[in-house]
Design a protein around this ligand. Structure first.
Ligand code: BES
Ligand code: MN
Ligand code: MN
Length: 456
């Protein structure tokens, strides 16, 4: 392995320049104007994978953006590792808050700044460079490899579950390795064993057929903006619990051992508040911050639109009001069942004065994986050696919908080797990826493949 690690050390500058090329594609999956950029980016990935030594590389058509698939099966008898990542990125706005054009990467303070650096192009690129080192030095990697990089993770393409079912044999593997999560803090390499799920909704209330003078009509005609606020307020009680009937029925409670293990993690609520410039936290009664974000559901408004929002005052009752809100789910809640419960509840809450439009944008299931599997043991040792620090086991509050499909359809346990840091600003202006994590991530990926063989 020393040769491999030296190769990585010597290749740093070139790896970084190649990552920069990859980052220049504005592969924003949620905006239709970027369709051609998605394809161009996928094609670039195909060519790049060929250049590192894999011949069988394909673009797989989906209902959304193409997925990139590759396989190298030259080690008969050895296990097959599936590496997953996503080449699509989030939109860039508010663009004026960026220090650089989001698609013109900037290196500053040992970080690379651009959209998609940490989420997820930089992280997935680590695995390609690890594979390259094996191909260049040994002619082949130590086990069979499949690569699957999707282009609709950020837009939650709902076709993915069926796609995995339809391509079950093509994607079949013994282990899955994913780098699309982050460390608990800058000094704790982290292995994630649970993700929250998600259900994302939009509701619109329509009242009178036109905006009305708030003096002539206020207090008589029901106001969609007021009703929307009231309605959203009904979704949680004063203990921060979600009030949708039967919502908690399937929630797996946090075990005593797990709560103890969270308490031992190097996490400080005061520093967390300071970093966010908030004086206090708020959430479900009876749970710590880590317990809330990792192990309990949450309901949040993501945006609201209604009425007069320009400069000055205008006395008006708006004709309509709408909100986008999402619910984070935990094991073993079913996203599909939650959607039905939410729709039913919102309908019963809506007063006869309003017309309701209800829409579910996306869903993703929660995951909870057993730590007792060879891929996780290999991940632990690989990260420890690559970063020279003891890794910690964490959960994440975010969602990666496909992971549950890997578990339930492919029956393959995933190892979530997070390479991001909490300060990476994913989904936010000035997204960045620490270069130590980039280079260390390449080494950790190579070490993982080596160690996995020793663990089975
Ligand atoms: N990589 C993230 C998930 C994530 C977020 C992991 C934070 C660890 C920490 C992923 O790309 C993501 O953003 N997922 C979306 C899914 C949604 C669009 C269906 C999310 O969680 O909002
Ligand atoms: Mn991601
Ligand atoms: Mn993301």
């Amino acid at each position: 392995m020393e040769k491999i690690l030296n190769y990585i050390e010597d290749g740093k500058e070139r790896f970084l320049n190649e990552l920069i090329e990859f980052l220049k594609f504005p592969s924003v999956s949620s905006l239709s104007k970027h369709k051609p950029d998605m394809l161009a980016c996928a094609n670039w990935l195909v060519e790049h994978i060929k250049s590192i030594g894999i011949e069988d590389v394909r673009l797989l058509e989906t209902e959304g953006n193409p997925a990139v698939f590759a396989q190298w099966l030259g080690q008969p008898g050895a296990p097959t590792l599936l590496i997953y990542g996503h080449y699509d990125v989030q939109p860039v706005d508010p663009v004026e808050l960026w220090e650089t054009d989001p698609f013109e990467p900037l290196i500053k303070n040992n970080k690379i700044i651009a959209r998609g650096t940490a989420d997820d192009k930089g992280q997935l690129f680590c695995h390609l460079k690890a594979l390259e080192s094996f191909f260049k030095l040994n002619g082949k990697p130590p086990m069979n490899i499949k690569l699957f990089f999707e282009g609709d993770e950020e837009s939650a393409g709902e076709y993915m579950e069926d796609f995995i079912k339809d391509n079950k044999d093509l994607l079949a593997a013994d282990y899955v390795l994913i780098s699309d999560t982050e460390w608990l803090n800058d000094n704790s390499p982290s292995i994630c064993y649970a993700l929250r799920g998600i259900a994302y909704f939009e509701i619109k209330l329509t009242g009178p057929n036109r905006d009305l003078h708030s003096g002539s009509y206020g207090g008589v005609v029901d106001n969609p903006a007021n009703v929307l606020c009231w309605l959203i307020n009904q979704l949680k009680d004063k203990y921060g619990r979600i009030t949708i009937p039967n919502f908690y029925d399937k929630v797996v409670p946090l075990s005593k051992e797990e709560r103890e293990s969270f308490k031992k993690l190097p996490f400080n609520e005061e520093e967390y508040c300071k970093d966010l410039a908030v004086d206090a936290l708020n959430g479900e009664f009876g749970y710590s911050a880590l317990e809330r974000v990792w192990g309990r559901p949450a309901l949040d408004v993501n945006g609201m639109i209604s009425g007069f929002t320009q400069e000055g005052a205008k006395t008006v009752l708006p004709t309509e009001a709408s909100a986008k809100f999402s619910i984070r789910l935990v094991a073993n809640q079913s996203a599909q069942e939650i959607v039905e419960q939410v729709e039913k509840y919102i309908k019963t809450l809506t007063p006869p004065t309003m017309k309701l439009e209800f829409f579910c944008h996306s869903i993703g299931s929660p995951v909870l994986v057993s730590k007792d599997n060879p891929a996780i043991r290999a991940c632990y040792e690989a990260m420890k050696e690559a970063f020279g620090k003891e890794p910690v086991f964490i959960r994440e509050g975010g969602s990666i919908p496909i992971v549950e499909n890997f578990q339930s359809i492919l029956k393959t346990p995933p190892a979530l080797m997070g390479l991001g840091l909490p300060g990476d600003n994913i989904h936010s202006p000035n997204e960045n990826f620490d270069l130590n994590n980039f280079y260390g991530g390449i080494k950790a990926s190579a070490l993982f493949m080596d160690k996995l063989l020793k663990h089975i």
